[in-house]
Unconditional design. Structure first.
Length: 439
């Protein structure tokens, strides 16, 4: 049976299912030895605490525990690689048993709590300080909410018409379409933060924010898809991954034909390949120029793609796109691994005489993202690292510019949503500490 386009990988648990699942928890850990699942959570959520609350029939209290540490607790429950984090650390898994479904339990509690987001957190008395946060993605929302909870007057600015950043526009809808971002945004607002959407921050506006606020946090994410430099990519039918996913998530899915090729080996390549199958493509090979051991995608996601009908073609590299006006195929060459390159991975080298054509009507390039160009336009090169990303101290989020901080994908080149939340929290604490020292 074909899986529907928006069917979720991890559907919600019914209330009775959540209680049964939660009672499997061993409630390990204590004051001097935290539970492994909590240690594995970048957001420091008290996992045994909220799981116990669910087992006791109190999902509202479970939600309070979750959102006390993670203002995007509902989103992270849906999109986190729990298999590698909390669930991967579960004691049951190390005993050869099925780990607790922590992600689905967190979603269950978060969905209960977000019915009335104002009840989840309280804010401190107003401090009198003003902070601007540029970017309403995971890092920006988490940072703004935590700063507001600490009593500061915070305004979040974003050029989009909806909050969520990459979660809203660039993560496959089978993970998360829109919900629970509106509820999480309502929670951030309830804590006292203003959210201003459709507001592009250029150099003049950034200067204005710096002059009218006590601190500015840049959480602007990454830029467009990395350039693939493949001949013929101006043909109709050749897509970059981010516009492709955005079209689906805004319910304007493109026509893709029966044969789709995906180029890349990361999690985004997996996302667009699975979505292509769900859009009705009959064949969807992923072309990756190294072996599976080098694929950046999580192993469990590679297996998910295979289970939905995606083929993984390894040691295969595209050379050019073929067609007159509409894409008809991708010319490829076989690869073999040579000496390590600057990244330390074996360098793929073409095998002479191995050229071949993979027929297709659609090709999607998913080879990563480039840094946003705006920070250089705003601030010059003084705040950028050698890769063109915003530089910030990883321990505190401070940049080399006084009272300017940075967090999230803009600083690390792209990581998990829960890592963005962790960085947003860290920067909020740093800003608060620095403001408290103002004479």
């Amino acid at each position: 049976m074909t899986t529907a386009l928006f069917d979720e990988l991890k559907p919600p648990l019914e209330a009775h299912e959540a209680v049964v699942e939660a009672t499997r928890c061993l409630e390990c850990g204590g004051a001097h030895a935290p539970a492994p699942c909590t240690v594995a959570c970048p957001a420091d959520v008290d996992v045994p605490g909220f799981v116990t609350a669910i087992a006791e029939g109190d999902p509202a209290h479970a939600a309070e525990l979750i959102f006390a540490e993670n203002l995007l607790g509902g989103t992270c429950a849906r999109v986190c690689p729990t298999e590698l984090l909390c669930e991967g650390a579960c004691v049951l898994a190390h005993e050869g048993r099925r780990p607790i479904e922590i992600g689905r339990l967190q979603r269950h509690a978060a969905d209960v709590g977000l019915v009335e987001p104002r009840n989840l957190r309280r804010s401190a008395a107003r401090s009198g300080f003003r902070v601007a946060v540029v970017g309403a993605g995971p890092a920006g929302l988490a940072c703004a909410g935590e700063l507001a909870a600490l009593g500061h007057a915070v305004t979040v600015y974003d050029e989009r018409q909806e909050t969520g950043g990459l979660v809203r526009y660039a993560i496959a809808p089978y993970r998360e379409l829109r919900e629970p971002l509106p509820g999480e945004t309502a929670l951030v607002r309830a804590l006292g933060a203003r959210v201003v959407l459709g507001w592009h921050v250029g150099p003049a506006r950034l200067q204005l924010l710096a002059e009218t606020n006590d601190a500015v946090v840049l959480a602007v994410g990454m830029g467009p898809d990395a350039r693939a430099h493949i001949m013929g990519d101006d043909l109709d039918g050749v897509w970059d991954s981010l516009p492709f996913i955005e079209r689906i998530k805004t319910e304007n899915a493109p026509r893709i034909g029966h044969r789709v090729v995906v180029i890349g080996g990361g999690n985004t390549a997996i996302d667009v390949a699975i979505e292509s199958v769900r859009l009705g493509a009959e064949t969807v090979p992923i072309l990756y120029r190294r072996t599976e051991a080098e694929m950046p995608a999580y192993p469990h996601e590679v297996e998910q793609a295979r289970s939905e009908g995606v083929e993984i073609r390894l040691l295969t590299s595209p050379v050019r796109f073929l067609g007159r006006t509409w894409l008809e195929g991708v010319e490829c060459v076989r690869m073999e691994l040579g000496e390590p390159d600057e990244s330390g991975r074996a360098r793929p080298e073409p095998v002479p005489g191995s050229e071949h054509v993979v027929p297709c009507e659609t090709a999607i390039k998913a080879i990563g993202q480039e840094p946003r160009e705006e920070p250089a336009e705003w601030l010059g090169d003084r705040l950028l690292d050698a890769k063109g990303r915003l530089w910030a101290d990883p321990l505190n989020g401070r940049t080399s510019e006084p009272w300017v901080y940075a967090a999230g994908d803009a600083t690390n080149g792209g990581a998990t949503v829960v890592e963005a939340v962790r960085q947003g929290k860290l920067v909020a604490r740093t800003v608060d500490d620095d403001l408290q020292r103002v004479p």
